[in-house]
Design a protein around this ligand. Structure first.
Ligand code: NAD
Length: 468
């Protein structure tokens, strides 16, 4: 018995009937999504508190308002984004109409993780709906309370002939992925990303993979240690470190480490108090499995700050590790928790070499008072995104694409990038039916003169274009 077949058939029928194509329909869905957020903000905040002990502040900043901004942006620009995009033409097509049409793919599957269970489920949904697709949404089974709200309340705000929430873990996902989708948007671990991509390959379904990894953070000797420490601590311990773009480890000289440690201690105490465990602003680890994994990582190197944990609450203190070896587990896997190892390097060159010997990260950070240093890190490395002198502030700009490169993922979204990701860019040329006399220059019998004229007519005008 296939639990998904009926739902998917219903959605496919709605798409084939053209239900999701009109701009009015798309806008109505986006407005519905906005109403869901406004009317159930408190319910969502409570669910996030239950799942991750997330503070109302962090829920608002990183989950609800960011989703609402995406909705507002899409509503403001929907018609402009949907418009056919005129492209430059050559002499041979001067009288024709050449444009790119943004078409919905059809039936889209969005698979989300648990760490920002509202944002990472609904922001892709905004793009998928705006682009006119039917959508199957699969929230994470680990953020149970949020999953429940998304499954039980959200569908009331959207057209259910075009939209569905499905639930399940790896086993159900195996079944779901046997079905053909027209696009799969996956956010999660590289391990599951591979499973999703293999399943998609069977149907030649295109994918976006938003994955994780280890994000390096270079701290130059020429910096103000307290400013760096404030920014590092906020972005590392935000959502208890369970953030795909969080700085994962620091690269700095031993001298900078000595200046950074008291500054980090000061920042942690100011942010979370003498006993961070009683702070309402620090979350908890999502599951026992992740808690045990993180507790294991506390044994790497030497604890310089924090290090306390409590299994009954899945609490781990904001921690800084020093004397860490490259070969230790904390430097081998994505940390995804409130632990910040510091690795010593002797120079900027050594830091750049350290970064480039590893997989390309999702995000890369460099702190320095010297613009040259920041620009050198930017120029000599690669990553999904880069921020100089701060943490993941670049995520607040919908004008920047968000996505990985290499092992940290493929494809991107946010703002118009989301709309484009969920749209097929169809190349269109509408020619006039007449003018056959002139166009017959293309036909055999061929001659050197015909070739010369044709090549000239097909030469790009105002754009680079490849022929045929
Ligand atoms: P995960 O890969 O375990 O799960 C993600 C989703 O995949 C969940 O909905 C889960 O139910 C589903 N899933 C699990 N097993 C599956 C299977 N066998 N087949 C198909 N689907 C399956 O990831 P997670 O633990 O929820 O999230 C943490 C990871 O996600 C980290 O690696 C983190 O870096 C990454 N992440 C990336 C981004 C990004 O935007 N690039 C954002 C957040 C998290």
């Amino acid at each position: 018995m296939d639990p998904f077949a009926d739902t998917l058939r219903r959605l496919r029928e709605a798409f084939s009937a053209g239900r999701t194509r009109p701009a009015e329909f798309r806008a109505a869905q986006l407005r519905g999504l906005g109403r869901f957020l406004q009317e159930h903000k408190q319910l969502l905040q409570e669910a996030l508190a239950q799942d991750l002990h997330k503070s109302a502040f962090e829920s608002e900043v990183s989950e609800i308002s960011i989703t609402q901004s995406e909705i507002n942006l899409a509503l403001r620009n929907l018609r402009a984004w949907m418009k056919d995009e005129k492209v430059p033409k050559n002499l041979a097509t001067q009288l024709d109409s050449a444009f790119i049409r943004k078409e919905p793919f059809g039936l889209v599957l969005v698979i989300a993780p648990w760490n920002y269970p509202v944002n990472l489920t609904l922001v892709p949904l905004v793009g998928a709906l705006a682009a006119g697709n039917c959508v199957v949404l699969k929230p994470s089974e680990f953020s149970r309370s949020t999953e429940k709200v998304l499954a039980e309340v959200l569908p009331r705000y959207l057209d259910q002939s075009c939209f569905a929430v499905v639930l399940g873990g790896p086993q159900e996902m195996g079944q779901l992925l046997e079905h053909k989708f027209d696009y799969i948007f996956f956010t999660g671990s590289p391990r599951v990303g591979r499973i999703v991509m293999s399943a998609a390959a069977k149907h030649l379904t295109p994918v976006t993979l938003e994955l994780g990894g280890k994000n390096p953070c270079y701290v130059d000797d020429d910096c103000d240690p307290q400013t760096v420490a404030n920014r590092l601590a906020w972005f590392r311990y935000f959502n208890t470190g369970q953030t795909c773009v969080a700085p994962d480890y620091v690269l700095c000289s031993p001298a900078t480490q000595e200046r950074l440690l008291p500054a980090l201690q000061s920042a942690i105490t100011r942010f979370y108090g003498e006993d961070p465990r009683s702070s309402p602003n620090l979350g908890r680890i999502v599951s026992d499995k992740h808690f045990q994994r993180l507790r294991g990582l506390l044994g790497c190197g030497r604890v310089a700050i924090g290090g306390q944990s409590d299994e009954s609450e899945r609490y781990i203190a904001p921690t800084v590790l020093v004397d860490v070896e490259e070969t230790e587990p904390v430097m081998q896997e994505e940390i995804f928790g409130p632990i910040l190892p510091i690795v010593n390097v002797r120079s900027l060159d050594e830091a750049i070499d350290f970064i480039n010997r590893r997989e390309k990260p999702l995000a890369l950070y460099a702190f320095s008072n010297s613009k040259q240093v920041v620009k050198r890190v930017l120029a000599q490395t690669s990553s999904g995104s880069f921020c100089g002198n701060d943490g993941f502030m670049h995520l607040t700009l919908a004008s920047l694409p968000f996505g990985g490169v290499g092992a940290s993922g493929m494809g991107s979204y946010h703002g118009k990038f989301s709309f484009d990701t969920f749209s097929h860019h169809r190349a269109c040329l509408l020619r006039c039916p007449g003018m056959e006399k002139i166009y017959s220059i293309r036909y055999p019998p061929y001659s050197p003169r015909k070739l010369r004229v044709l090549l000239m007519a097909m030469e790009a005008r105002g754009c680079s274009c490849t022929l045929l």
